[in-house]
Design a protein around this ligand. Structure first.
Ligand code: MF3
Ligand code: CO
Length: 247
């Protein structure tokens, strides 16, 4: 549980992260690489006195995760240029004065297909439906149930092995926040909880596998995958989105 002061510190990290994503949005186009984005993020965070928390975390070597098309999460930034029609998810954790915020965002590269557009829209709406359930007195399971029910109603599937998590001065704290499962189960949501909601939605089946690099997760059926992630704080007045990009 975090105090209002601690939540404000995390909100400052979150605003910086949100601004960084907005800069990335303006960079994305065919010919730019995820390595260009990685270098931009390193520089942007350094300029603003922040640290990329993912770099060095459990041996991960980069500030960002960059997951393209059928990559689900934890892809490595690399020098191959993005191509027209790709979708890419950039995920990062910002450490500002010891307090963390975590947000992943998906971007369209040039003109994308109708089905990729639908996947992006459904995934973004799924995150919003999860956030709507993130209120004091509800249970953790209400969040995942809202996400799964909506995504499956649109003919898409929810990735199982990677879930949302509490966050604070460490990247991964309790509670665990699955994006699937029954409503009315799991811990009761309390004022002062801060956690991520980060659904990964696949156009095809939900199964994923991790490559021999030990990190990159891909869909088994080769279908496209998309992700949006926010860090959320629960207050008596409802959830605050600490990584909201309109701030
Ligand atoms: N940001 C990720 C999350 O949502 C964690 C990425 S794993 C790392 O939990 F090793 F790259 F940090
Ligand atoms: Co993340």
């Amino acid at each position: 549980m975090k105090t209002p002061d601690q939540i404000e510190k995390m909100h400052q990290a979150g605003r910086l992260l949100a601004n960084c994503h907005q800069q990335i949005r303006s960079m994305i186009q065919p010919g730019v690489s995820s390595w260009d984005i990685e270098e931009f993020v390193e520089e942007y965070l350094a300029q603003h006195g922040a640290i990329p928390e993912q770099k060095g975390y459990m041996g991960y070597q980069y500030a960002t995760c960059a997951s393209i098309n059928d990559e689900v999460c934890h892809g490595f930034p690399r020098k191959e240029p993005l191509q027209n029609g790709d979708i890419i998810t950039i995920d990062m954790v910002v450490n500002l004065d010891g307090w963390l915020a975590d947000s992943a965002w998906s971007y369209a590269v040039g003109e994308i297909s109708e089905e990729a557009t639908k996947l992006m829209n459904v995934t973004h709406t799924a995150l919003q439906k999860g956030i709507e359930q993130a209120k004091v007195g509800n249970r953790i399971g209400d969040i995942g149930n809202a996400i799964q029910t909506y995504a499956e109603s649109q003919g898409m599937s929810v990735v199982r092995p990677f879930i949302g998590h509490g966050i604070g001065q460490r990247m991964h704290e309790l509670p665990e926040v699955p994006h699937y499962g029954p409503a009315g189960k799991g811990p009761i949501l309390k004022e002062g909880m801060v956690f991520t909601i980060e659904p990964m939605i696949n156009l095809g089946k939900h199964h994923v596998h991790v490559l021999e690099d030990g990190w990159t997760a891909k869909t088994v059926d080769g279908s496209l995958s998309c992700q949006y992630e926010h860090t959320i704080a629960l207050t008596a007045d409802g959830p605050i989105i600490l990584t909201d990009q309109v701030n």
